[in-house]
Design a protein around this ligand. Structure first.
Ligand code: PEP
Ligand code: MG
Length: 315
């Protein structure tokens, strides 16, 4: 018998029967950008800009930010890149945006909440991103982290428009945002689900605490039901919904997410080929069946088992 299709991939995210799903890279530095291109990523679904400044004592100037972002964008001329505005706080503290001491930093002023407190910092970052987008020729979209309400999404979209950037989106990382996906999608051009934080907040299980890691399993059916809600809202709105958390890097879960209505998957470069090959090996109908089986399963182990019964290699 031939080797499984998993080692072969055309470089285009598409199921065996032609349903397109973009396979994108998660990046935080120029080296990641080159790794993503080498792996065959079709663009970037998550550029974690805060990774550029984890060691910065002071806010970098617009010029320095522009140069740093342009370096990451350079390999993606003509390709889609989603740049996430600074996700400061909790597990990614930035010295120049440190909040007042808080008892629960993951539930405090982090992500977009920092930008609402410091719109001047957001506006300078948006100016730098607009400059870098022009320098690089990449198809840049801008996305906000840790959004909880449609009102926040609309506030962010307005700032993005004011910076003359073309496309805005928000991350779905808080259960309230998944529940309000319809209203959020009315305010922005796209959403992208951050399954790492969405799991953390859905299960009230700190993503940094190993003892509760089983609760943060991305195969948890309750998490997948929230993803399904977002996928349905996106379909109804005619706007794209991606996944850029670790869930997207699991080839079998990528099949499930596709069946839940997700249209792009963003992951570390090491996972790109296996995810692309897994999608190429199934039909869209297989994806829908896998999604139903996983969502209806009573627990993560049963979800995994149910999906492994669905044919995933067509060689
Ligand atoms: C996520 O929360 O799933 C995500 C992609 O963002 P980060 O891991 O950077 O918080
Ligand atoms: Mg997150």
């Amino acid at each position: 018998p031939r080797a499984r299709a998993a080692v072969e991939w055309s470089g285009e995210g598409v199921t065996a029967d032609g349903h397109g799903v973009k396979v994108l890279g998660n990046v935080g530095a120029p080296s990641d950008a080159h790794a993503a291109v080498d792996a065959g990523a079709e663009g970037v679904g998550l550029f974690r800009t805060e990774f550029c400044y984890l060691d910065a004592a002071t806010e970098p100037s617009v010029e320095r930010q522009r140069a740093a972002y342009a370096e990451v964008l350079a390999p993606f001329r003509g390709k889609p890149v989603i740049v996430r505005t600074l996700d400061a706080g909790a597990d990614k503290p930035l010295a120049f945006l440190a909040p007042e001491p808080e008892p629960n930093p993951a539930l405090g002023v982090r992500g977009l909440r920092v930008a609402v407190d410091r719109p001047d910092v957001l506006d300078r970052q948006l100016a730098a991103i607009a400059g870098a987008a022009a320098d690089s020729g990449a198809e840049v979209s801008v996305m906000a982290p840790m959004v909880a309400t449609a009102e926040e999404a609309a506030w962010f979209a307005e700032r993005v428009r004011a910076a003359r950037l073309e496309r805005s989106g928000v991350m779905i990382e808080v259960p309230a945002a998944a529940l309000a996906a319809r209203e959020i999608l009315a305010a922005v051009d796209f959403v992208s689900i951050g399954t790492n934080d969405l799991a953390q907040y859905t299960f009230a299980a700190d993503r940094q605490v190993g003892a509760v890691a089983a609760l943060n399993d991305p195969w948890q059916p309750a998490l997948l039901r929230l993803v399904a809600m977002v996928g349905e809202a996106a379909r109804a709105a005619g706007k794209p919904a991606g996944v850029c958390g670790e869930a997207a890097a699991d080839p079998r879960l990528a099949v499930v997410l596709t069946g839940l209505g997700i249209s792009s998957l963003s992951m570390n470069a090491a996972a790109v080929r296996a995810v692309g090959a897994a999608l190429a090996a199934v039909t869209y109908d297989d994806c829908v069946r896998a999604a139903r089986a996983a969502v209806d399963a009573p627990d993560p182990a049963a979800a995994r088992a149910a999906v492994s019964n669905i044919r995933a290699d067509r060689t």
